[in-house]
Each structure stands twice: as structure tokens, then as C-alpha cells.
Ligand binder design. Sequence first.
Ligand code: ADP
Ligand code: MG
Length: 344
Amino acid sequence: MQNSAGQSEFEIIKRHFLNSALDFQKKGIELGIGDDAALLDVPADKLLAMSLDVLVSDIHFPSSADPFLIANRALAVNLSDLAAMAAEPFCFTLGLVLPFSDEVWLQKFSEGLLPLALHHNCPLVGGDISKGPLSISIQVQGLCDKSRAIRRKGARAGDKIYVSGTLGDGAIALRAMGLESHLGEQFDLCVETPSSVCQHFFEDAYFKPNPRIELSLAAAGLLSSCIDISDGLCGDLSHILDASEVAAELTLAQIPYSASARCCVNDENRLLAALYGGDDYELCFTVPAKSGKALELIANELGAAITCIGEIVDGRGISCIGSDGAPRKLPSFSYQHFNLAVTD
Ligand code: ADP
Ligand code: MG
């Protein structure tokens, strides 16, 4: 790729990635950026977990957003997939498609990858750059203990269903930033303008999701299934249910919300955001009932909020219990959207 100022692909690599703070040394990374391929030494007792997410501008992030935040989000959503498998981050590669090479944009972008790369000891080991409409592909590699990778399949009747953090903030954030979410027009805030505290909270929730790596690594031995919530609780929990061939009974009153979500969105829309909104990048996981206490202790020690929101039962689909303890229907648009079995 060559831009009008003559900055070639290799100059971009040299300036922003090769020997940069992202290109740090780590045990097992025999060779990082600079050759035709990276060389990784995978310990014999581990499985290599690989996951790739492509983020296209104005579909997965607003193109006008701060490049630091775009980068932070791009790496966070990938690390969240490793968290869902209980894989310890190993390294990552980066495919960048850029409409033009903008020095300031690239500088901020590479800086935006750094906090999570350093925090999770996950160096950048290679990638590619091409010219075209802005998109960012990140592939993360992680290491799982052979006996401890957590899959979607494995939930059993009687298991408790937990989520980390709070739900709905990602979708509410899109609305608060004046962007479209896939919740449609019925979804709106109940305040004209969120307070600046709430607005900041939502923007952080969207651009700086917190991949729950520490929690999943510490709890891996207890969990029977796990997924990260990228498309909304209903859709993602349904993947666990389908893979495990079981059903779920959700207690809607237990769904955890942030103070900002409670402040800016009414009860019904908050539920919609949690169930169908997406972009939360929290974990949804199941644990045998006898291990619930041990799990809560682990989460407490880590300072990670987790909430039991229901139980796995025999059958198929998702049923719900309302705040009055009676069975209740999920909001109606879910019928077409997710084809859920609901108890009337
Ligand atoms: P090739 O022609 O073999 O594809 P490139 O010139 O594209 O090589 O890349 C040279 C080196 O720079 C390789 O090690 C490659 O992995 C790395 N690289 C290219 N683009 C990126 C990027 N966006 N981030 C990190 N490393 C990159
Ligand atoms: Mg290349």
C-alpha cells in the first residue's frame, strides 16, 4: 500500500508495529513481527485456542470514533472470546484495511492496542496491511489447559446460570451516542440527555469492554459451559442451550443492570437491551449447583461481579419468571428474532 505522502506498507509497519511497545518479548514467542511468519512454541500440555473477529467501520464501530478507542474495542472483543474458552492470551495478529495512511490515526490506533496487550501479556506478532474501506481484523491466540477449555456444550439440568458484570449497557451506549442498535425504534432512553457521568459510563462500556480473562481462568475448573455475550443474553444463551441440548429458566428480576442503565432506561427497554441488545462482552456460564458457592468465592476474591440469573432445566428453549414469581412472556419481537420457546 502506498499513500500520497509515499508511506509504504513497510514504513507503516516499521513506524507503528515492528519493535514497538506492542512487539514485546514473551516466553513461547520464538519470533514475532518481521519475518514471513511468526514462530510460536506451544507447550505440550496446552491447546492452542484461536479466534478471529473482523470489525468493519460504520457496522461494528463508528468510523469517526477516536482510533485509540476503536483499537481498544477491537482487541477487547477478541480477548473476550478467549475468556469464554478459559484460554490465557498468548499473542495476536492484526489485519488492517485502511482507506489512506494517516500518521496521527495510526499512532493513536497502535496506542489503543497497548493497554490490553500489556495487561494480558499478549504481544502483537504479525499482521498485514492493505488499502480499502476501513476494517480491522484481529486474531488472538490463547493457551488452554488440555482438561480445562470450557465449551458451549456441557450444561446439564440443575446447573445454575450466571452472568458477569451488568447487561444491556452496550446497546444503551449505542443509543446514547446517537447510533443505531438493532433493537429498533421501540428502544429509547427515558431521559432526554444522559448526565455526563452516565454518558461516560456508556461510552466506556461500548469502547472499553472488560474481557473477563481472570475470572474465567480462575473459575474454569468449576464451569460446565461458557459463552461471551456479543449478541444479547437470549441469543448467546441459546447457543449454550442448543449445544448442550437443554433448556433454561431465567429469573428476569435477577438480571444485573448498571446504575446508569437504571437511571436512563425504563424497565421494559432495559430488559430488551439485556436480552437482545448485544455488545456487552460479559460472560454467560453454567455451573453445577453444588459448585455455586465456590464460584462466588472465586469471583469475590477477584472483585468480579457475577449474578445467578436462572437455572438449566430439561427441554429446549428459554422460559422466564417475572418479578412477581409468575411465568411471563419475553417481549414480543423476540418471537421472530430468536424463535424462543416461552412459557405463557
Ligand atoms: P509479507 O509480504 O510476507 O506479507 P509484510 O510486508 O506484509 O510481509 O509484513 C512484514 C512483517 O510485518 C511480517 O512479519 C508481518 O507479519 C508484519 N506485519 C504486517 N502488517 C502488520 C500489522 N498490521 N501489524 C503487525 N505486524 C504486521
Ligand atoms: Mg503482508
